[in-house]
Design a protein around this ligand. Structure first.
Ligand code: HEM
Length: 224
């Protein structure tokens, strides 16, 4: 039955080469931890991606309860955490995952750096990686405000003061992020929410696609 359905689609859309391309791709021996234990360092990029997927999935569920306005934000998180079935688990995954993903990202970057994997012909993928790094830090910064408690408020205050200290464009960056207000308020929360759930995830998906396409095209870097 399933085979018949597959054949039906394959006859029309020729899908076999699409997955064969991935399934038949040979992984070189030097990146296989079963051959050399030290090759586990090559898993860091994939593990980072695994946590990114967890962040996206758990984040999607959080938006089902989170209310991005100053009156209800804190209480909506409190309700999710204490009343909603599995809410504490989903929020916990997103909370701890946010830190873990930065740790994995850092380990992956260290692997690429110390193995010199950024050298020709992979310079552009390093540049894409640097952009990904900024996007990930932006996700961490904007997400931190959303629970709308004292810690969130004062941490964001410090972050915005740092942004404001940038020469020449500092004030513009701060206004862009926080809105036209002297205090962190309704505009700030709305913007941080929009940046956290729409702008940066969209940018991340585009950058990750470029990252993976380049890795497939160039293959993994050779042994040391
Ligand atoms: C969400 C963030 C990221 C994900 C999911 C990711 C994922 C991956 C994966 C799966 C690989 C294949 C080899 C491996 O796993 O080590 C890879 C390779 C690579 N990554 Fe990333 N990466 C991320 C961020 C970065 C950053 C921040 C940089 C550098 C600033 C970077 C630079 C590179 C380079 C140059 C390669 C090619 C390495 C080689 O061929 O040996 N990546 N990445």
């Amino acid at each position: 039955m399933l085979q018949k359905m597959y054949d039906w689609v394959d006859e029309r859309l020729d899908i076999t080469p699409l997955w064969r391309d991935i399934a038949d791709h040979e992984v070189p021996e030097h990146v296989n931890p079963a051959h050399h234990f030290s090759a586990f360092v090559y898993c860091f990029g994939g593990l980072t991606f695994f946590i990114v997927v967890i962040q996206i999935l758990s984040g999607m569920f959080l938006t089902m309860y989170y209310v991005p306005d100053v009156i209800n934000a804190w209480e909506s998180v409190y309700y999710l955490q204490n009343e909603v079935a599995f809410g504490v688990i989903v929020r916990g995954m997103h909370h701890w995952g946010a830190s873990l993903v930065i740790v994995m990202l850092f380990l992956h970057t260290l692997r690429v750096f110390f193995q010199g994997a950024y050298k020709k012909p992979r310079e552009l993928n390093w540049v894409v990686g640097v952009l990904i790094f900024f996007v990930m830090l932006g996700l961490g910064f904007t997400g931190y405000l959303l629970p709308w408690d004292m810690k969130a408020l004062f941490a964001t205050k410090v972050g915005l003061q740092i942004a404001e200290a940038v020469p020449f464009v500092g004030t513009a960056i701060k206004t862009l992020l926080a809105g036209d207000a002297t205090v962190i308020g309704a505009q700030t929360l709305a913007r941080f929410f929009a940046i956290h759930v729409f702008f940066l995830p969209a940018a991340l998906l585009g950058l990750l696609a470029a990252h993976f396409i380049m890795i497939r095209k160039q293959g993994i870097s050779g042994p040391l």
